[in-house]
Design a protein around this ligand. Structure first.
Ligand SMILES: [Zn+2]
Length: 370
C-alpha cells in the first residue's frame, strides 16, 4: 500500500505506461482518509476472498473515482436549507435542488457525493424519529390491474404512466450508429456521450415512478391501519403485457406499501377476488375485457376493480377475524391528495348501483337531458 498518510499532497498518476506526479489540490484530509480507508477495506475483502479459494485478480489502476464519502456533517459538508446551498470542505459552495426531500426533524449524518453521467448528486443519510404507526381501525382494500393500475375499495382509481420521451428513441438510433472499436471495446466519444444521456433519461424516469409509489403508499399508510391487497403475480404480468406494466411499476408500489403500513393483509394469489357479488355472493368468471361486474343473480352492478378491491378487503379481514366498515368520509381528501401527485390520474369509479336501484333502472330507463 503506497499511500498511508492522509496528509499526502502529491500522488503518482499513471499516464499510459509512465507515472506523473500530480498535486492534490481539492481533497480535504478527511476525504483522503476515507479514500485510503476504502482502498484498504477493498484489499482486505479481496484477501479474504482469496483465502476462501476464490479467484482474485491483480489490483488495477482506475481512470476515475465517481463517488466521495463525506464523513461528518457540519465539518466535511454543511447544508444551508434557506439559501439552498451545499458547502463542501475544500471545494466551496454549490447551489442544490431537492433539499425538500430532507425531513424537518431529523439528524443529518454522512453523505455520499456521486458523479453520474456528468451530473452530481448528494446522497444524504439522516436519522428520523420512528414513524408512528396508525391505530385507527380503518381498513382499505386494493386491486392491482393492467388497465387501471390501482383501484381502492373506496372507489378511487389511480392511473399513472411515466412514458419515455420520444427523444430517447432518437438517442438510441444515434447510439446504435456510433462507431464501436472492437479492439478497445469502446464506443466512439459521441457514442459514449449519447449513452450517458440515455442513462440519465432512464434514471429520471425511475425516480418519477419511485416518487409516485412513495407518495401514494405514504397516504395509505398514514390513514389506514389495515391495508389489504392480493399477492398477484405482477412479474408475470410484466412478461405478458410488457411496457404497460413496466411504465407503472405497480410491483414497486406493492413493495413500498408492505414496508410502510401498520398491518398489511395479503391475500394469496390464487384466491378468487374478481367476479364475486358483494351482495349475494354469486360468483362468475370475468374476462379481462369486462370492466363492469353485473350480478346475474341479484342485479348488483359495480366496477370490476372496486368489486375486486372490496372482495380482497373482506376476505383478508375475515382471515384475521376483524369486522370493519368502509370509511367513505375520507374518500374526497384522498382523491385530492392523489390528484396532486405529478403524472397521476385519480378518479372515482362509476357509482355502484345496488340491487334496488338496478331494478328501478329497468322499469324507468334514464332520460337524457340537455
Ligand atoms: Zn348478487
Amino acid at each position: 500500500m503506497p499511500y498511508r498518510d492522509y496528509k499526502i499532497d502529491k500522488v503518482n498518476v499513471k499516464v499510459k505506461d509512465k507515472f506523473e506526479e500530480r498535486e492534490l489540490r481539492l481533497l480535504s484530509s478527511q476525504m483522503k482518509q476515507y479514500i485510503i480507508k476504502r482502498l484498504q477495506n477493498n484489499v482486505k475483502a479481496l484477501h479474504e476472498l482469496g483465502k476462501k479459494g476464490k479467484k482474485v485478480g491483480k489490483i488495477k489502476y482506475i481512470k476515475s473515482l465517481h463517488s466521495i464519502f463525506l464523513m461528518q456533517y457540519g465539518n466535511t459538508y454543511t447544508l444551508d436549507m434557506k439559501k439552498r446551498t451545499l458547502h463542501i470542505q475544500g471545494l466551496g459552495d454549490f447551489k442544490v435542488i431537492g433539499l425538500e426531500q430532507i425531513p424537518n426533524a431529523c439528524d443529518i449524518t454522512t453523505a455520499n457525493l456521486i458523479e453520474r453521467n456528468g451530473d452530481y448528486f448528494l446522497h444524504v443519510t439522516v436519522y428520523v424519529p420512528k414513524e408512528e404507526k396508525v391505530h385507527n381501525r380503518k381498513a382499505i382494500g386494493i386491486d392491482f390491474g393492467v388497465k387501471d393500475q390501482i383501484t381502492f375499495s373506496n372507489g378511487i382509481k389511480v392511473k399513472y404512466n411515466v412514458e419515455m420521451p420520444k427523444r430517447v428513441k432518437k438517442l438510441y438510433k444515434v447510439f446504435s450508429r456510433s462507431r464501436y472499436n472492437k479492439e478497445t471495446k469502446e464506443r466512439s466519444k459521441r457514442g459514449q456521450k449519447v449513452l450517458a444521456k440515455i442513462k440519465k433519461e432512464f434514471a429520471h424516469e425511475n425516480n418519477q415512478k419511485k416518487d409516485i409509489n412513495n407518495k401514494t403508499a405514504h397516504y395509505v399508510a398514514a390513514n389506514y391501519e389495515f391495508v389489504a391487497y392480493q399477492n398477484d403475480p405482477i412479474n408475470e404480468w410484466q412478461r405478458l403485457f410488457g411496457r404497460r406494466i413496466y411504465q407503472t411499476s405497480i410491483g414497486g408500489f406493492r413493495d413500498t406499501l408492505k414496508r410502510k403500513v401498520s398491518t398489511p393483509l395479503e391475500v394469496g394469489r390464487f384466491a378468487k377476488t374478481t367476479g364475486i357479488c358483494m351482495y349475494c355472493g354469486y360468483s362468475l368468471h370475468l374476462n379481462l375485457s369486462e370492466r363492469v361486474f353485473k350480478c346475474p343473480s341479484c342485479g348488483h352492478v359495480q366496477d370490476r376493480g372496486v368489486s375486486a378491491a372490496k372482495a380482497v378487503e373482506g376476505l383478508s379481514l375475515r382471515n384475521v377475524g376483524e369486522t370493519l366498515a368502509d370509511d367513505d368520509a375520507s374518500t374526497s381528501s384522498m382523491l385530492e391528495y392523489l390528484k396532486h401527485i405529478p403524472h397521476v390520474k385519480a378518479s372515482i369509479a362509476d357509482e355502484a348501483r345496488s340491487p334496488e336501484q338496478a331494478d328501478g333502472a329497468q322499469e324507468a330507463p334514464s332520460v337524457r337531458t340537455g
